[in-house]
Structure formats: structure tokens, C-alpha cells
Design a protein around this ligand. Structure first.
Ligand code: GLY
Length: 357
């Protein structure tokens, strides 16, 4: 079976890798460079508690499946490529903003631990005063940029073809089935086509995915200052220790395909982080970037076949594309091969008509 995938982010690369392992022939067409979209801009959090506690059950279940797969997935990638992906299972501290939020956290605390202000400070000495919150040892993070490099290498080593700087411009059908992808450079015949183009998925066909901009900054500590061990959430930001810097994210804004870094975004992120951890006032700004999350109208992923036979979508991961990657890789590959059926909660046909009627 020949599969053409549009998009070389963590979704496209992961699904492509699993399809190759299942004996398919796979070509990925990437409009820019592999792993250069949301997979690059993310902070790499596997935030199974912080991002998903209020999500519908099917999405929580997907997150838990993915979270359980992460250690073996990281080990398999590292073994296949000799590259580290820096999976860090150091947990996360979710601070309550007020007494009401702390009460909500108490209700969510099944299997997790409520910590008071002193315990929170013991976990993260940089904290200012706090009401305490929820300690989630099952939260983790991964270096998403190292991850996409490793996934690219794994995909190529497994025999995949990857064409960077080759944007898909049209999907052709024959007899009602997706049959080829056209680009400015040629025509790629396929038995199945997968759109996994992140925020750009909506540009290609009638896929209802919109970009949601997020700005992130990185702070570097003064000599001798220690980074927090766990990820810290509070004051509307998350703080992720990564290779000697603290990543602070993220703004949330529907601004089309604008990825400019703004003074307002930088100021907001820095002010929130300093309120949370006052010693950060003496840390220096070492980086600032922005990326585009792919969001569907109901906020849930689109995972499955569209109303056009042979045309699949893996999109709308919104804030959790890195977390979901190992589950989406295996489950979408099985779906394309025809081994499993789509989860109705994620069925792209809840939004899409037949694209070529
Ligand atoms: N998951 C982090 C973010 O979307 O900002």
C-alpha cells in the first residue's frame, strides 16, 4: 500500500514511521522543513493532568493511552536513531489561583496529591507565596525539537521518502477515492492520502482547522541559580525546565497565520512568571518565539477517514500534539491499513462533507 502524507510534524512522521513498520511505502510532503511548525514551537509538555482534566472522556482516554506509551516510544526512537529525546518524568506542580480553585483541585485529586503552601515551596524553592495546589507525578515533558529530529531520522532509516519544501496544492480523486497529491513539482500517486499538516491542514481542503497562536519565552538563570525540577503551572502560565533554561508559555490568540513575537506577549509571560516565582526578576530573557496550534471547531482532534474514501486526516490536536503523538502514530496507522475503525468522537466526518462532490 502506498501512502502519501502531507505534513512532517510529529503526527505525520509518527504515523509514517508506523506505516513503514507495517510494510507500507510512505512519502511525506512537507511545505517547509520537517518538525518546523507547532512541533518546533511547543514546550514539549506531556500534560495529561494540567491540560486535560476538563476534557471530554474520549480525549482524556486518548491522553492516558498516549501517556502510557511515552516511555516505550521514547526508548524505541532512541534505540532506532541513537538520538536522545530527553523524556523527563519529573512531574508537575499545579498551583491554585484562589481557594475555590483549590477546592476544585481537591475534587480532581484522585491518585494525585494536594500540597499546601510549604510543601509546594519545598518542591519548587523559587515559588513566592502560594495557596498550594496539586502535585501530579504523572506529568512529563520531552525536548520536542530533539524529538522531531529523531522522528525524521527514524522515518528515513525505515525507508520513508521525505520531500521538504514541497507543498501539496491539490488532492486528486479517481472513482470517488483519493488517488494522488499534486504539488508544484509533480504528482504523487497514492492508495491513501493523509492530511497531517497541523494549522495548515485547513488551507488544503475543507478541513475545519484554524491556527491558534502561542508565544513562548525562555529565561536563563544567573550564575549559581537552580532551575525548578518539575514543570510549574500557575498565574496563567506554565514553566518548563529545559537544558538550563526555563521556558514560559504561552499566549493563546486566534490571529490567522501571524507568528510575530510581540512586546505585549513577552511582557505578559514574564510578568506572570515573576508573580509565580519572584526570583525570576533577575533572570535574563534568552529567547522568544511563536507557533500555531491546530484547533478544530469543537476543540477535539480529527482522526480518521474523511467523507472521501482513502483521504484521512490527523489534525486538531490543539494544545496536546506532542502528548498524543505515540498514540496517534499507532492508531492512525492501524486505521489507514484498515485494522481498526475510527473513534466516533474524533471522526472527521462530524464536520466534513464529501470534498469532491
Ligand atoms: N500545550 C501548551 C500550549 O498549547 O501552549
Amino acid at each position: 500500500m502506498k501512502v502519501v502524507i502531507i505534513g512532517a510534524g510529529v503526527a505525520g512522521l509518527g504515523i509514517g514511521w508506523r506505516l513503514l513498520q507495517a510494510g507500507c511505502s510512505v512519502t511525506i510532503l512537507e511545505r517547509a522543513q520537517p518538525g518546523g511548525g507547532a512541533s518546533w514551537a511547543a514546550a514539549g509538555m506531556l500534560a495529561v493532568t494540567a491540560e486535560l482534566e476538563n476534557s471530554p472522556e474520549p480525549e482524556r482516554a486518548l491522553a492516558l493511552r498516549a501517556s502510557a506509551l511515552w516511555p516505550a516510544f521514547a526508548a524505541e526512537l532512541e534505540e532506532a536513531t541513537g538520538r536522545a529525546v530527553f523524556l523527563n518524568q519529573g512531574g508537575a506542580l499545579l498551583l491554585a489561583g484562589d481557594a475555590a480553585e483549590l477546592e476544585v483541585m481537591r475534587g480532581r485529586a484522585e491518585g494525585l496529591r494536594i500540597v499546601d503552601s510549604a510543601e509546594a515551596k519545598a518542591l519548587v524553592p523559587l515559588l513566592g507565596s502560594s495557596l498550594g495546589g496539586l502535585w501530579s507525578p504523572r506529568e512529563a515533558h520531552v525536548d520536542n525539537r530533539a524529538l522531531t529530529e529523531a522522528m525524521t531520522i527514524a522515518f528515513l532509516k525505515a525507508g520513508g521518502v521525505l520531500n521538504p519544501n514541497e507543498a501539496a496544492v491539490r488532492i486528486e480523486t479517481r472513482g470517488g477515492r483519493a488517488s494522488a497529491v499534486l504539488t508544484p513539482y509533480g504528482r504523487h500517486e497514492a492508495d491513501a492520502v493523509l492530511i497531517a499538516a497541523g494549522a495548515w491542514s485547513g488551507l488544503l481542503e475543507e478541513v475545519p482547522i484554524v491556527p491558534v497562536k502561542g508565544e513562548v519565552i525562555a529565561l536563563s538563570p544567573p550564575r549559581g541559580a537552580a532551575l525548578p525540577g518539575p514543570v510549574v503551572w500557575g498565574e496563567h502560565v506554565y514553566c518548563v525546565p529545559r537544558h538550563g533554561r526555563l521556558l514560559i508559555g504561552a499566549t493563546v490568540e486566534e490571529a490567522g497565520f501571524d507568528t510575530s513575537m510581540t512586546e505585549a506577549g513577552r511582557h505578559h509571560l514574564r510578568a506572570c512568571a515573576e508573580k509565580l516565582m519572584p526570583p525570576l526578576k533577575s533572570w535574563s530573557l534568552s529567547d522568544h518565539w511563536a507557533g500555531l496550534r491546530p484547533k478544530s471547531p469543537d476543540g477535539l482532534p480529527l482522526l480518521g477517514e474523511t467523507a472521501t474514501a482513502g483521504l484521512f486526516v490527523a489534525g486538531g490536536q490543539y494544545r496536546n500534539g506532542i502528548l498524543f503523538a505515540p498514540a496517534i502514530a499507532g492508531e492512525m496507522a492501524d486505521l489507514i491499513i484498515g485494522k481498526v475503525t475510527v473513534d466516533p468522537a474524533f471522526d472527521p466526518r462530524r464536520f466534513l462533507g464529501d470534498l469532491h462532490e
